[in-house]
Ligand binder design. Structure first.
Ligand code: EPZ
Length: 423
């Protein structure tokens, strides 16, 4: 299996350009299923998850073309299947996002029941609750481990749906089902992430009538037909946050461009509390970890606009290297501390109790063999490896490469010494 060898690298410096957001492009691609006309999506990051989504859309009848390096076109003149194949869904949880569009356009969608994954059970009950509220019949087949949604003869009917938790995926799936439903749908306690707003903007360009995306109540007025549209994916706030932490942990001086600072407020605030200096421009940030001592702070992950769970592990890696004790509370996923044992192997002092971790800073990290347990945990181990003595060997790096475009190239561009071994 391929591995990363991360050498102690000294302060990072220079400029890094942020790619299009993984968690925006995946729902945007699924939304293209809603129209038989051509959709063109720009700033598409070259990721394994994007490749998986292309495979899934093609298996359903979409024709996908790489127009140029980071631009794709998707035409779905006819949907030839309303069933997402197990082998494809099993690779990526976000496959569930084709359920809403299939139900809206063809009145039927069958999905293998999603497996749990490294960061928790990640059920789909809120997705199904929303589709059922729109009039779909939900059929579970435990024996064959699939779930099917079927619209009644009159199609989907708008309704008001309250989400027990502001689930990002459920909000996206319900929005994509409701755009072609009869009447008006309200999603209450909706997720407010920037990726939700990006999806709503794309759907409105296609002819949908969506208001309130980015707030906790989204109104969708059903329309009869959606046309094609052109759209540019928003920059990836989690990639930007990862590079902010890389600048901080290495005490570096890094300019991050093609970013949306407004999407990064919690990370900017928390790093400033630790003594990291951050200059904020319109579409860039300059992160100075080299100006003065840094100290610990406390973070608690929450749905947007709270502190993002996807930056929890990179921030924890940073806390292991600053003076003082910081606490990390994870409220979004029930099992997202798998990186703790790996950081401990490197010499970090971290105690956990339930969803709370106490990080005693000032540790001297030492390179050793560690394993990426999820996308962001893998990134956190790279950050730790940049400052650890010696060489950190990271396995299971497929996790990282599914979600960060040109990961090694971008880090090398900032002076990081990382190589990839093919075993
Ligand atoms: C999206 O996942 C992101 N993935 C995740 O990014 C991100 O961590 C997460 O939102 C939270 O911000 C994509 O957008 C592709 P949720 P999603 O539904 O939609 C529970 C990364 O590293 N829940 O908001 O799956 C669930 O178990 C990934 O890029 C239910 O209980 O997240 C979890 O505890 C990781 N029932 C919580 O809600 C449901 O029906 C948040 O899940 C759905 C979710």
């Amino acid at each position: 299996m391929a591995k990363y060898l991360v050498h102690q690298s000294g302060p990072l410096s220079g400029e890094v350009v942020i790619s299009g957001a993984k968690n925006a492009v995946l729902p945007l691609m699924a939304a293209a299923l809603l129209s038989e006309d051509k959709c063109v999506i720009r700033d598409v990051p070259q990721l394994r998850d994007v490749a998986f989504m292309k495979e899934i859309l093609a298996s359903l009848g979409a024709e996908i073309e790489d127009v140029e390096e980071n631009t794709i076109s998707i035409i779905t003149e006819d949907i030839i299947s309303t069933e997402a194949r197990f082998d494809l869904v099993n690779k990526m949880r976000a496959s569930i996002l084709v359920m809403g569009p299939l139900l809206a356009r063809k009145g039927r969608a069958r999905m293998p029941l999603p497996g749990g994954c490294a960061i928790g059970a990640r059920p789909i009950d809120l997705h199904l609750k929303g589709l059922e509220a729109l009039g779909a019949e939900i059929i579970f087949n435990e024996a064959e481990s699939y779930v099917e949604a079927r619209a009644g003869g009159q199609g989907l009917i708008g309704d008001t749906i309250y989400l027990d938790f502001p689930s990002v995926g459920a909000t996206e799936n319900i929005m994509m089902a409701a755009v072609l439903a009869e009447g008006i749908t309200y999603i209450e306690n909706a997720a407010e992430e920037p990726e939700i707003v990006d999806l709503a903007n794309f759907l409105n360009k296609m002819g949908a009538k969506i208001k309130g995306a980015g707030t906790d109540t989204i109104k969708i007025e059903g329309v009869k037909h959606l046309g094609g549209a052109k759209h540019t994916v928003i920059p990836d706030r989690i990639e930007a946050g990862t590079f902010m932490l890389a600048a901080a942990i290495t005490r570096g001086n890094v300019r991050i461009t093609n970013a949306v600072p407004d999407h990064l407020k919690p990370i900017i605030a928390k790093l400033r509390e630790c003594g990291v200096r951050i200059e904020v421009g319109d579409e860039y940030l300059i992160v100075r970890g080299d100006l003065g001592p840094q100290s610990a702070t406390d973070i608690k992950t929450l749905p947007y606009p709270g502190f993002p769970t996807d930056i929890q592990s990179p921030f924890m890696a940073f806390l292991t290297t600053v003076e003082g004790t910081g606490t990390v509370i994870e409220t979004v996923f029930e099992n997202r501390f798998m990186h703790v044992s790996q950081l401990r192997k490197m010499g970090a002092s971290i105690e956990t109790a339930g969803n709370k971790a106490i990080v005693k800073g000032g540790a001297v990290l030492r390179g050793t063999q560690v394993m990426a347990t999820d996308l962001r945990a893998g990134a956190a181990l790279v950050l730790a490896g940049l400052v650890a003595e010696g060489i950190t060997e990271i396995s299971e790096i497929y996790h990282i490469e599914r979600g960060y475009e040109k990961f090694i190239e971008k880090f090398r561009g900032l002076g990081a010494q990382i190589e990839k071994t093919e075993e």
